[in-house]
Every structure is written in C-alpha cells, then in structure tokens.
Design a protein. Sequence first.
Length: 371
Amino acid sequence: MHAPSPIQRRQSRRIHVGDVPVGGGAPISVQSMTNTDTLDVDGTVAQIQQLENAGADIVRVSVPTMEAAEAFGRIKRAVNVPLVADIHFDYRIALRVAELGVDCLRINPGNIGREDRVAAVVSAARDNGIPIRIGVNAGSLEKDLQKKYGEPTPAALVESAMRHIDHLDRLDFPDFKVSVKASDVFMAVAAYRELASRIEQPLHLGITEAGGLRSGTVKSSIGLGMLLMDGIGDTIRVSLAADPVEEVKVGFDMLKSLSLRAKGINFVACPSCSRQNFDVIGTMNALEERLEDVLTPLDVSVIGCVVNGPGEAKESDIGLTGGSPANLVYIDGKPASKLRNDHLVDDLERLIRDKVREKQQAEKDVIARDA
C-alpha cells in the first residue's frame, strides 16, 4: 500500500496558485467551489473553512458583479486557502479582484471581449503574480464553433481552448492552466488527451455537471481515472450536485486509489459475508464518520475474518482481523492486541488516533533534526 504509483505523469510547466504549486511534478491538487451567495460573506467564509478542513487545496468562488468583487475581498482576508475568482464577461471585475489579492483568475478570454480588455486582465495578472485559468466548457462554446461543428465535440473543445491560448501567447503570458470540460466522459477524455499533446501548461481536470453524489462520483471516477492513468492532470475538481465537501472527499479518494496523493486514512475493508466475526459495514461507517478530521496519511485495514485479514493487516499501519472469541489487531504489520466486539469502534478509533499522533511526532522530529 505504500508503493509509489506506477503512473508516469505528463511533464508540464509549474505555476503557483497562492502557495500551492500546480504542474511541474507537484502533487495533484484537489479543488472545489462554493455554492453560497458570494455577497453572503459570513456564509461563504464558513463554507470555505469547511472545505479547507476537509483537505481542499484550492477553492473557487464565483464573482459575477462588482459588488461581489468587493465581498470577495472581505472573504479573501478571512480565509487561508488559496482562492480562484470565477469571472465572465466583465473584465473590470478581474481587474478589481486582482487588486484585492485573488490567487488565480478563471476567465474565458473569448467572452471577456476586445483584445485590449484581455490585455488589461493579463497585465493585472502579470503585475500581481497571478496565474490564469482558461476554462472551456462544452455547454458554452462560441457560436461560430457551434455552427462549424454542429454540436460539441472534442475537436471543438480543443479549438476553443487553442483560440484562447493564442490570446495569452500573443501577450507573452505563459502562466496559465487550462480545462476542457464536458459532461460526456468520452468527449472530455478525448479533448484532454489531444490538448495535453499540444501545450506545456498544467491541466485542470473535471467532468462538468457530472450529476448527483453517487452518479457523479461514478462518472467522474471513470473519466478522471482514465486521464490520471495516462499521467494527465495537475489539479482536479469533482463536480457534484451535492455538498462541496463531498467533492473534496471523492477527489482525494480518487487520488489515493491511484497512489497519486497520500492524505488522510486509506481504508481497506471487505464487503462482509457470513464469515465475519463483527459488523464490518457498521464499523466502517462509524470509523469513516469519526475520523474525517484526520489528514495524516495512514493505511487501515478492516477485515471481518481470517481468510484475507492477516495478509491485509501485515501491509497496514493498523489492521483489524475478525476472530473468535476476540478480534486481532495488527500494528505495523505485527500482532499487537485483541479487541472484543462490545467496544470495538471506540477501541479501534483510539488505536488509530494514537498511531496518527505517533506519525505526527515522528515528522516533527525529522523536521527538528534537519533544521
């Protein structure tokens, strides 16, 4: 479980969104977006803090008006996580949030308008050290491309992206990332693969409007999984019609399953059967809920019987194997203690948190020695 990922990631240019590196071999960052009214400063700040506590590396906020831009400035001062301002049509909003400390501008140069307006936004980004994200979406392609292709296609998405990239190239501004999102998995995957071969900039991955929590998770996992397995992708957002915190959880679970990120607990659990010696499903549900706050990487296996339990436990930081009259706990791959069912979840949570503290202290000791 600790083996490095065999995925060979695409080489890309590195940019920085606040203090978060994106591209150039940096860890794949996980993003989400607020769904509160940006004018509700307190509500938006509260949601951003929830996303940060869930592990979000970057959060995007919609800024549709100048009034929202002023609210964004207050929001920015109240949070720690880097913020991306999502802006369409009015270039003056981009100029204002650049003054207010935005960490990245998400724009579509095609709907910003005249070349001089795009140039003004790029100048503000350059002067303030702010990267730009070019966002292309199958649902909002330019009218001439809709007429040319008849319907959204991978080629249409890429042509739109390259058109916007040309805007920035003419202005000698290379610090940008690009997304070419579609709700159709095949269209998005084909577009990203083609674009990845044509530019050096980092790519922001997403299957747009993927659906609700279950269906959207499945669709995103398939589409983004195909791209991540290809080594494509420097930052991701899982777009769900659900609590944005769920987007962060799914994103990290996706990256953990491919050994591309190690953050929080990596649970290995059996689906349970009649051989189980404790309630595996109930135990897992309780542990996942109780340990959501843990961000330290840890491998924990929860197996209901002795068929696969010992083998999984020996590869885990902490492993639980069902047994009678008591269940056996392994720590660092070695048998350590036995736990009975009556306080199983409480006892296992305590052992996990003890292990987390041990790992955190070990990390601090290494930092102190290197200082």
